[in-house]
Design a protein around this ligand. Structure first.
Ligand SMILES: NC(=O)c1ccc[n+]([C@@H]2O[C@H](COP(=O)([O-])OP(=O)(O)OC[C@H]3O[C@@H](n4cnc5c(N)ncnc54)[C@H](OP(=O)(O)O)[C@@H]3O)[C@@H](O)[C@H]2O)c1
Length: 230
């Protein structure tokens, strides 16, 4: 099968790419700066026939258009919308609204725009295509008991809503769409004190993705398979 992973140059996206290649899948890996993605380039040396690396900034319309054009008539079986940002927007009273706008442009709008642009590729999948959006428990309204983090929380909550609508709108075509929370993971975003490493998160997430079916569509799953309240 062919998997497309955004933000594949580091963190969780890089681990998805590594594990998928290890198990024999084909991967379309995207990064904002492929020329600086050294670990991806090493993987390409090892799996040249199954790894294709493309340049893609999901917040840039022209970049999405160029990428989809370059992808051509290729089929995508599983789209892993991993790229995302967590930036501090400050406390109430000193809020940085540029950070909030940027967070929506990447986490919500960029993910939706790319997904829309890739629908033809997903429709070319041999079986039921899957769209997996990397959200966060911080985007759960039900789980918000500490406030703050307006930019990240709101942009991921909006991504959750986008996912739910996509799941309903694409159900008739058999395309499965859901969000996952990868856990608190040791990456540049998660920091060194995070609870789990990328391998623990991604190995388990791949089980969740493999087992996803029509009843998973429109749901919010944790890395260990538990369902999270919206
Ligand atoms: N780590 C955690 O604890 C945690 C928890 C919950 C949810 N998540 C979610 O999991 C996903 C991956 O997180 P991570 O921990 O691996 O983060 P990370 O280490 O900060 O990596 C983020 C990736 O997203 C890419 N990216 C950022 N903006 C982009 C854009 N405009 N276009 C394309 N790519 C872009 C980055 O590329 P550059 O290298 O070019 O910046 C990088 O490859 C994110 O969606 C995050 O919100 C993570």
């Amino acid at each position: 099968m062919t998997y497309l992973v955004t933000g594949a140059n580091r963190g969780i996206g890089l681990e998805f790419t590594r594990e998928l290649l290890e198990r024999g899948e084909s991967v379309v890996a995207t990064a904002r700066n492929p020329e600086r993605a050294e670990e991806l380039q090493v993987l390409q040396g090892e799996h040249a026939d199954r790894l294709a690396i493309f340049s893609l900034d999901i917040a840039d319309v022209a970049s999405i258009e160029a990428f989809v054009k370059e992808l051509g008539a290729r089929a995508i079986d599983v789209l892993i919308n991993n790229a995302g940002i967590l930036e501090r927007c400050g406390e109430l009273g000193e809020m940085d609204f540029e950070v909030i706008e940027r967070s929506f442009r990447v986490n919500t709008i960029g993910t939706l725009r790319l997904t829309e642009a890739l629908l033809p590729a997903l429709r070319r999948a041999t079986g039921d295509a899957k769209i997996v959006n990397l959200s966060s428990k911080m985007g759960s309204i039900a789980e918000n008991s500490s406030g703050g983090s307006y930019a990240y929380r709101a942009s991921k909550a909006a991504l959750n809503m986008v996912t739910r609508s996509l799941a309903l709108d694409l159900a008739d075509e058999g395309i499965i769409v859901f969000v996952v929370h990868p856990g608190w993971v040791q990456t540049r975003m998660g920091g060194p004190n995070a609870l789990i490493d990328t391998e623990t998160s991604v190995t388990s997430l791949l089980d969740v993705i493999d087992n996803a079916n029509a009843s998973t569509s429109g749901s919010f799953k944790e890395w260990n398979g538990n369902t999270i309240a919206w």
